[in-house]
Design a protein around this ligand. Structure first.
Ligand SMILES: Cc1ncc(COP(=O)(O)O)c(C=O)c1O
Length: 353
């Protein structure tokens, strides 16, 4: 059985939108486009024309970056859109469920709620340092589990899930659930991506984003790397022309070798800053614990999280507080050296100590 059979029957029956044909060097009177444009932007493709339904050159460039085949990539508007597409493709409202650890990135539960799917959260447990417990997640799966989400490195804890644990999850849910490994922060960690497992594991979907390490959050571009049959289901739901011409060209430029080299240098600088900043924060008297992180942020347990949030905000520095099981924790994104220095200055000021 293929994992495609676990998708919603109505999605499996869906025919992808038939867009007007796009052929170079032809007179295009088939798409109700304007023959002219007043755009002053400088783009390689004419802005009065629709972009490709799916941006093939960008897809190929991303595949090269991820080390996958071109047909194993679906380009999305940020990886947020990918989470939405996967949940909609696999979960029937009021019937199916998703399984995810807690705490983790909130958008998995958000899109499941939008879709009317049940959300089964598996606590990672403070006593276990918020380590994602794959055995507990497997035990929580039911016959109605269509998607299992794991974020690695996890947001907001920063920890990478060992590859053998991910393999166990993917293998044990083979033919039963799509297993989504969200690698939004993988470039900041020590473990390689699991994209190489896509060939041999058709239920694996790897999420990648250009919003973090590559610095393109404003462009809204991400991707799902997975089995082409599963991607065809997601593509049937995704809006035609989802990626606009300015975004396609901006990201194509960002994937050129010299930009990637600059990005690699920026990633290394950020990792160095993360390690320095987290050490300095760990030494502050009101800090109880700093979790080691493989991401561009780290989680900190403090004596009075709300007071520190207010104190920093009053000095124009914004941090993230989630409440609930993380009531006494704050997530700190690593900024530039100057921004990090400013944060330390504020935290060292007498009001917070
Ligand atoms: C784990 C994780 N996945 C996905 C996303 C969404 O990223 P994008 O900007 O690609 O939609 C985020 C954003 O913070 C994230 O933390």
């Amino acid at each position: 059985m293929s994992i495609v059979n676990r998708a919603r029957p109505e999605i499996r029956a869906l025919k992808a939108y038939q867009a007007a044909e796009q052929v170079d060097d032809t007179i295009r009177l088939n798409a109700n486009e304007s023959p002219s444009t007043c755009s002053t932007g400088h783009f390689r493709r004419p802005l009065n024309r629709y972009p490709e339904v799916r941006p093939l050159a960008l897809q190929a460039a991303l595949a090269k970056r991820f080390g996958s085949k071109t047909e194993q990539v679906l380009v999305t508007r940020g990886s947020s859109e990918a989470i939405d597409l996967i949940t909609r493709a696999f979960c029937s409202a009021g019937q199916d469920n998703i399984v995810l650890p807690s705490p983790t990135f909130s958008m998995y539960a958000h899109y499941a709620a939008v879709q009317g799917a049940e959300i089964i959260q598996v606590p990672s447990g403070e006593d276990q340092e918020f380590r994602i417990n794959i055995d507990a997640m497997l035990a929580a799966c039911t016959d109605a589990t269509r998607v299992v989400f794991v974020c690695s490195p996890n947001n907001p804890t920063g920890a990478t899930v060992p590859r053998e644990d991910l393999l166990q999850l993917i293998n044990e849910r083979r033919n039963l659930s799509a297993v989504v490994i969200d690698e939004a922060y993988v470039e900041f960690g020590r473990e390689p991506s699991v994209v190489d497992l896509v060939d041999s594991h058709p239920n694996l979907l790897v999420l990648r984003t250009l919003s973090k390490a590559l610095g393109f959050a404003g462009a809204r571009c991400g991707a799902v790397v997975g089995n082409p049959d599963v991607l065809a289901l997601l593509s049937a739901i995704q809006a035609p022309y989802a990626l606009s011409t300015p975004v396609i060209e901006c990201v194509e430029d960002g994937l050129q070798a010299e930009c990637l080299e600059a990005a690699d240098r920026a990633i290394q600088a950020l990792i160095d800053e993360r390690d320095k900043l987290s050490q300095a924060i760990a030494a502050l008297p009101f800090v109880v614990k700093v979790w080691p992180s493989d991401a561009n942020f780290f989680l900190v347990r403090v004596l009075d999280a709300r007071r520190i949030m207010e104190q920093c905000a009053s000095h124009g520095v914004l941090l993230r507080h989630f409440g609930g099981e993380l009531e006494d924790c704050i997530r700190i994104s690593v900024g530039s050296r100057a921004e990090n220095q400013r944060l330390l200055q504020v935290l060292n000021s007498s009001e917070t100590t």
